[in-house]
Design a protein around this ligand. Structure first.
Ligand code: PMP
Length: 305
């Protein structure tokens, strides 16, 4: 990764090398951070940050779940996001706002002060070059997602990503592009860092928020785009075997965008290549950024507000 020059840290723009924290920061020991991943796209009317406000609302919601005081409002964090992209001269970027319990107070229930940073850098397809066209080979992980009464999956918190690391690392070690986890119920949950959509008889089926998953903003966008286009969407519990029976399968997330899955556990999904409904959803989604899909929901927030 090539580091950009500037980063936003606790209210000021600093040089990348100067945006550091102490080794005794609470978050480093206990996973007590909340964060977002957001993309800025080039569009015919200039760079736009996709659902910036919705992402930063989710950031505040994640902090609220953990009773973490947030020193900045959504508007202030939106402004910090814009500032760091502009300052680095980026027009296509992945943005990473992160808020964390910093230094001062060390007990588990300590009201440690919250530090905050926003980084932005150029990022291509998260799961590898060419995957948006070709699709990936996925596997079902031997690791399950955490049960809902243990760690709230609806918070995008640093500690949750220990689970994601186990799932993703196991998949890569075994030669797969990504891992899919089951919930503690044994039913399908989501990918290591992506939500799941199955195509069955032309309709989209996606696992519900009760299945230990992050309520993804890309997932929500796809639900809207599909329904706007007359494609049925069902949020429902899905057993593992549907991965082997569905006609098409894809993963989605800010980083992964819309990545087709061509096989699971070595079994071809449908025809073993990205299918027509997946392509249609990709066209609708990426069409938001080339102007071929109208932005009916006001999701494109201009970089220069
Ligand atoms: N699930 C997990 C565990 C994730 O980390 C992500 C990426 N943030 C997603 C789903 C997709 O969420 P979003 O579309 O909001 O990026």
């Amino acid at each position: 990764m090539q580091y950009p020059e500037w980063i936003w840290h606790n209210g000021a723009i600093k040089r990348w090398a100067e945006a550091t924290t102490h080794v005794m920061a609470h978050a480093l020991h206990y996973g007590s951070s909340v964060f977002e991943g957001i993309r800025c796209y080039q569009t015919p009317s200039g760079p736009a940050i996709f659902r910036l406000t919705d992402h930063n609302r989710r950031l505040l919601a994640s902090a609220r779940i953990y009773e973490m005081a947030m020193p900045y409002s959504v508007d202030e964090i939106n402004a910090a996001c814009r500032e760091v992209v502009l300052r680095n001269g980026l027009s296509q970027a992945y943005l990473r706002p992160v808020a964390f319990r910093g230094l001062g107070g060390f007990g588990l229930s300590a009201d440690t002060p919250t530090d905050m940073a926003v980084a932005a850098w150029h990022m291509g397809p998260y799961l590898g070059e060419g995957v948006l066209d070709d699709g990936i080979d996925a596997c079902v992980s031997s690791w399950q997602r955490f049960a809902p009464n243990t760690i709230p999956a609806g918070a995008k918190a640093g500690g949750n990503y220990l689970s994601g690391q186990l799932v993703a690392r196991e998949a890569r070690r075994l030669g797969f592009g990504e891992g899919i986890a089951l919930a503690s119920t044994g039913l399908l949950s989501e990918g290591a860092g992506e939500n799941l959509f199955l195509v069955i008889d032309g309709a989209l089926h996606t696992t519900p928020v009760s299945a230990a998953l992050l309520n993804g903003i890309t997932r929500n966008s796809i639900i809207h785009l599909a329904r706007d286009a007359g494609i049925d969407v069902v949020e429902r519990d899905l057993p593992r075997e549907y991965l082997y029976l569905c006609d098409e399968l894809f993963m989605c997330g800010t980083a992964a965008e819309i990545t087709p899955i061509r096989s699971v556990d070595g079994r071809a999904v449908g025809a073993g290549k990205p299918g027509p409904v997946t392509r249609r959803i990709q066209d609708l989604f990426f069409g938001l950024f080339d102007g071929t899909t109208p932005d009916r929901h006001g999701w494109l927030e201009p970089l220069e507000a």
